[in-house]
Design a protein around this ligand. Structure first.
Ligand code: NDP
Ligand code: HSE
Length: 437
């Protein structure tokens, strides 16, 4: 059977690794796909550099447009990143009747609804396994493996760079900026690393996961997004002393009121498997009503792990090329006319427990006042601890773990606590999840 011809946009960390994996495992891939998969043409800004793979059979270009217009190309693989040129090129490829594989979570989370509608009209596939959790086949697991379930919730460590930073800070006391530079050197970080640090990359991925889990349109703008920049080494240590780990988690949960969609640092009991997922590794817990809790683990970033997912998508496309478009797996797991209009809840309406840290002047009666404010908002206290005084000896760190409460009530309580004369600076808040799995 005729080989599938690929046009590759981008020859960086993931693009280069995709060529390497396709070349190294060509025979095995052909046995699986039923036909060969060959890169016909590849483009990047600069194609004069030495590559670690064989370029003799690949037409190299600095013009991305030539790739999407190439008459021999069946599938365009978009690995340039960003949302401007990438959107135009992907829409152009679809318009030219080409299937698309992408690892670009920003593109899918922000423009997926438009892209899938265009692909539906043209009867082409757009697949994006590599966009979430690097090499873990989490899209396929939810979209196909769990298709019989009502998904109740999912929670995951879905940014490798952020997890790498938190792990190095905890285990080696490393400096935030140094670890971020190392993540960039290893090819884990986004072109703009604030996407990793501020939780935007995780929000892109969670938006995609929530859509395929609950059958809702992509709604990135409604995802509550908080990064890891404000987590101090003290918080990490206090959490450990209480039997918790701090992880940057994406949480999507179906509730009676709507869908919770949020990424933020989260305290998790250290006995949970996911609390022990370290370094660049990712893990996603998915709870289905029939299957119960399931856990998926693997490398969340890096060239070859991500290429593993890109190549698996290429194999899927090769297998489905001749299938009637109506019989293919829908882009967002549910048939386009089966997507539901379930509201995404504002963060004020989510319910969770909290870790609070505040600097308190060492005077009598202050803690009683803090307790009174919390009780006034109906907030129960699980643990309250007073730590050793800070270096200035004037303020004492006080740690509180609350029972589960609505975020709006906690906002009101924190506002009143911060207004007390005896409270120094802001109250640090970290949401706490027990992930009952
Ligand atoms: P890189 O920056 O390593 O590679 C980007 C490639 O695209 C380079 O070859 C670059 O060319 C080319 N490129 C970018 N813009 C243009 C342009 N305007 N014209 C021509 N060529 C261009 O990125 P990654 O490989 O790390 O990431 C690619 C995609 O994969 C992104 O969407 C990213 O979010 C996603 N991803 C990355 C993962 C990772 O671990 N790195 C994991 C999962 C997803 P040149 O080299 O000449 O500048
Ligand atoms: N920058 C991303 C991360 C790449 O660190 O998780 C994988 O999507």
């Amino acid at each position: 059977m005729k080989s599938v011809k690929v046009g590759l946009l981008g020859l960086g960390t993931v693009g280069g690794a995709t060529v390497s994996v396709l070349q190294r495992n060509a025979e095995e891939i052909q046995r699986r796909a039923g036909r060969g998969i060959e890169i016909a043409i590849a483009a990047a800004r600069d194609v004069s550099k030495p590559y670690s793979f064989d370029t003799s059979s690949i037409e190299l270009s600095t013009d991305l447009q030539v790739v999407v217009d190439h008459p021999d190309v069946d599938v365009v693989v978009e690995l340039i990143g960003g949302t401007d040129a990438a959107l135009e090129l992907v829409l152009q490829a679809i318009d030219n009747g080409k299937h698309v594989v992408t690892a670009n979570k920003a593109l899918i989370a922000k423009h997926g609804n438009e892209i899938f509608a265009a692909a539906q009209d043209k009867g082409v596939m757009v697949v994006f396994e590599a966009a979430v959790a690097g090499g873990i086949p989490i899209i396929k697991a939810i979209r196909e493996g769990l298709a019989g379930n009502q998904i109740e919730w999912l929670a995951g460590i879905i940014n490798g760079t952020g997890n790498f930073i938190l792990t190095e800070m905890r285990d080696n006391g490393s400096d935030f900026a140094d670890v971020l530079a190392e993540a960039q050197r290893l090819g884990y970080a986004e072109a703009d690393p604030t996407f990793d640090v501020e939780g935007i990359d995780a929000a892109h991925k969670l938006t995609i996961l929530a859509s395929i889990a609950f059958g809702i349109p992509l709604q990135f703008e409604k995802c509550y997004t908080e990064g890891i920049g404000h987590i101090t080494r003290d918080d990490v240590e206090y959490a450990e002393a209480l039997g918790y780990r701090i992880k940057h988690l994406g949480v999507a949960r179906r509730t009676e009121k709507g869908i919770e969609l949020r990424v933020h640092p989260t305290m998790i009991p250290e006995r949970c498997l996911i609390a022990n997922v370290d370094g660049v590794m990712n893990a996603v817990l998915v709870k289905g009503d029939a299957v119960g809790p399931t856990l998926y683990y693997g490398a969340g970033a890096g060239g070859e792990p991500t290429a593993s997912a890109v190549v698996a998508d290429l194999v899927d496309v090769a297998r489905m090329l001749t299938a009637n478009p109506e019989n293919r797996v829908p882009h967002l797991a549910f048939q386009p006319d089966g997507l539901a209009d379930i509201p995404v809840l504002p963060i004020e309406e989510i319910e969770t427990a909290y870790y609070l840290r505040m600097g308190v002047s060492d005077k009598p009666g202050v803690l009683a006042e803090v307790i009174r404010i919390l009780a006034g908002q109906g907030i129960g206290i699980e643990v309250m601890l007073q730590k050793e005084p800070n270096d200035d000896a004037l303020t004492v760190p006080v740690i509180i773990i609350s029972h589960c409460v609505c975020e709006g009530q906690m906002d009101a309580a924190i506002g009143r606590i911060e207004a007390l004369d005896a409270i120094q600076g802001k109250v640090t808040r970290i949401r706490l999840e027990t992930l009952d799995a």
